[in-house]
Design a protein around this ligand. Structure first.
Ligand SMILES: *Cc1c(COP(=O)(O)O)cnc(C)c1O
Length: 403
């Protein structure tokens, strides 16, 4: 007998859970797209997007997903034949680097494997070796959603500065913005990309690129960008259609306006960062306890290197895939697939999964997901250490006591 009836929980790293308030804000007729309310909403959303990035820089909004925002950032910064240094810590860093290559950028890759963050010392070394200062930018992910590693953005900026190198720092925060602490200005980030459907809690469909004055300057001499992707009219619009290169994404804007209000003016970023950290610690505690009695392990061993928005883990002998299927069919919980951890189609590929704890997620959702995982492991005879849920509950209690 399945117990999946009831509200389903999609605990994958995006689309994340959308607040009913966000969905309700979208549930109304389209406004006039030429003037009036839409002008106010577009201006407020742009201002609040800068606040959520802790940035005084510029922001361009695209009707696109994260892949679109990636390409937008590349197209504005580079000319064909320019060079970039790409720090790869998982599938997402890999694809961003590949899209830059396909677009005509000469990408030098620094690989850090699937279990470790980017090492600032290696970045500094690579930049020192570039004596002609040909590398125009360093590309990195803050959180790589595939490995769930969290990179130290400020340390990479320090490495660039220590090498006395003028490279721009470009960061993918698609899986971290609105979840993990991120400070664009303080951390010296020149270009940052994000999308609507993760920590920002809005349906997929909007991509964002923030850029510093230094990046704006660099974009003036680049020759790759086409009119739609040009960030300049979007960031400095004279008419409302210029924000979006055409018709406004009216309903996404209604939703985003509401979610940014919840993030910035109601819960507040500092509390959001602490909430995600506490939920993440509950997930880690469950896996660490389960791993004491079975072939289960978190992908990232060092807690300081783990994302607070998503957790990648391994359950051997195909346990991850069997558990994912059981959870969806019997318990109404959908977990994320493993991504880029093993060759697709091989038996090892069935050993990986990801649990998201990203965006509009609270203690009962995360504890519920973990408890149903434990039920699934019992049902499927997947060996695991006892007491995982008690350990997770302990972390939730501690998190509440701290806040
Ligand atoms: C989800 C994600 C992407 C891709 O976003 P899409 O909206 O699926 O194109 C890129 N980078 C990171 C870090 C992500 O988490």
């Amino acid at each position: 007998m399945s117990l999946a009836q009831g509200r389903p929980y999609l605990a994958i790293p995006g689309p994340s859970t959308m607040p009913d308030r966000v969905l309700a804000a979208m549930h109304k007729p389209a406004p006039n797209i030429y003037e009036g309310e839409i002008e106010e909403i577009a201006a407020r959303v742009a201002a609040n997007l800068r606040r959520v990035a802790m940035s005084s820089s510029h922001v361009a909004i695209y009707i696109a997903n994260g892949h679109g925002a990636w390409e937008a950032s590349i197209a504005n910064v580079f000319s064909r034949g320019d060079k970039a240094l790409s720090l790869v810590t998982g599938r997402f860093g890999d694809i961003w680097a590949k899209s830059a290559t396909t677009m005509g950028v000469e990408v030098e890759r620094l690989e850090f494997g699937l279990k470790s963050p980017a090492d600032p010392a290696r970045v500094e070394e690579a930049l020192r070796a570039d004596t002609g200062h040909e590398l125009k930018a360093v590309l990195m992910t803050h959180v790589d959603t595939a490995t769930s590693v969290r990179n130290d953005v400020a340390a990479i900026r320090a490495a660039i500065d220590a090498a006395n190198h003028p490279a721009l720092l470009m960061v993918d925060c698609i899986a971290s913005l609105g979840c993990d602490e991120f400070r664009m200005d303080d951390w010296g980030v020149d270009v940052m990309v994000a999308a609507s459907q993760k920590g920002l809690m809005v349906p997929p469909g909007l991509g964002f690129v923030w850029f510093s004055d230094k990046a704006l300057e660099a974009s003036r001499s680049s020759n790759m960008v086409t009119p739609y992707w040009n960030w300049h009219p979007r960031a400095f619009p004279e008419m409302v259609y210029q924000y979006f290169g055409g018709t406004s994404p009216t309903h996404h804007l209604f939703g985003l306006d509401e979610s940014l209000k919840m993030i910035l003016d109601e819960e507040g970023l500092p509390h959001i960062w602490k909430r995600h950290a506490a939920l993440a610690r509950a997930v880690w505690a469950a896996f660490e306890t389960w791993g004491q009695g079975g072939d289960l392990a978190l992908n990232i061993a060092e807690p300081a290197h783990r994302a607070h928005s998503v957790t990648a883990a391994r359950i051997g002998n195909g346990g991850a895939e069997r558990l994912r299927k059981w959870l969806e069919a019997e318990a109404g919980v959908t977990l994320g697939i493993g991504l880029g951890m093993a060759e697709p189609g091989t038996p090892e590929a069935d050993d990986f999964l990801r649990v998201a704890h990203m965006g509009h997620v609270n203690a009962h959702m995360t504890l519920g997901a973990l408890a149903t995982m434990e039920a699934g492991m019992q049902a499927l005879d997947i060996p695991h250490g006892r007491g995982g849920i008690a350990a997770a509950a302990g972390e939730i209690a501690k998190g509440v006591a701290q806040a």
